[in-house]
Design a protein. Sequence first.
Length: 453
Amino acid sequence: MHEHQVINPATEEVIATVLASTAEDVDAAVARAGRAQRTWAALAPGDRARQLRRFAAAVDAHTEELARLEVREAGHPIGNARWEAGNVRDLLDYAAGGAERLTGVQIPVAGGLNVTFHEPLGVIAVIAPWNFPMPIAAWGTAPALAAGNAVLLKPAETTPLPPLRLAELALEAGLPEGLFQVLPGAGPVAGSALVRHPGVDKVVFTGSTAVGKQIMAECAARVKPVTLELGGKSPNIVFADADLEQAAADAPGSFLDNTGQDCCARSRILVQRDVYDRFMELLEPAVRAFTVGDPADAATLMGPLISAAHRERVRAYVPESAPAAIRGEAPGGKGFWYPATVLEGVPEDRAATEEVFGPVAVVLPFEDEADAVRLANATDYGLSGSIWTRDVGRALRVSRAVAAGNLSVNSHSSVRYATPFGGYKQSGLGRELGPDALAAFTETKNVFLNTDA
């Protein structure tokens, strides 16, 4: 049986060895999930809600433990990791409330009564990424469970430990055995087996656009629904009338949070030419003040990259000859460290058009509102973005004109469990989170009752 080593990216030490699931393991897990799902779906909605709230309470009681696991396996700063564990708890609570509010509608028709029902799909495969192992896993898992489905979660190979612990907590909280299972393993083995399995009724995938396209093609052959949250190359648009001090102070967090390993990272900073030089003067000390170091230290804001291979991928976007306008510090010695880097480039540069997924941003000037929108939309992606301006009319105009699913004005906040999240173009399909999240894991059944008979 294949084993996978989990490595601490800050120290390069092996912290755990995890058994990798095979295609046969997936077969057995799907059978268990199918049996558990039928029992779970038959429960009264209030009973499902109570069990999910107990699960949320168990997560709350183990927040620090889960956060420390995340620090060790992913190198996330402890403050970030605590937020991630808390997000799982909050999303379970929020989804539990939806279990009792998954209502259909009564539609006026002639000759009878017409009603609709939301019925669970069955078994859901959630394939989660390594950049936010806990929250993104919960984005699919919590609403799917609340809607009456079973969930098979495949975490990334590098980050299986918090998901495995969550599965244990679910059982301790009283969820039926087999209802929520975690299947560590390689994407081409366990992931592909889940996607192809006839007993899996929907696939939720977060990851690269290239892999998302492969999964979409596999599911198309079986007419299997998918939700895809893929890459991003989000703009941070700073107009001349913005509060420049605040915009510059907040910019580092928008592309350095999670060491830039974030699909929503504002890695294209678009600055109106009139204030470009002043913005750069303000940005440099803000970037240099972004503390890099031991993820277990509460003062740390940025940790290492996830792996040596990923560090080389990021490094390839910043050749030694690249004119780095700003370059921060990074620890030496062991660990997959990479410094915060700000490039001044042109819109056609690789670093300005492709998702780097590291602590690298490119700053580009623009002339006016129309030019800002043109640059913002000059990408295959459309996940997120920010707009900095004091003009409310401009904020609304540009928000409507930028082709992205999640925009924020005078802020870099993209994700709230109570609001929908997802992308345009090659950033994905469907929406997660928000008040409609449960409906994405159901079929709508229409029933007509003849009252004239």
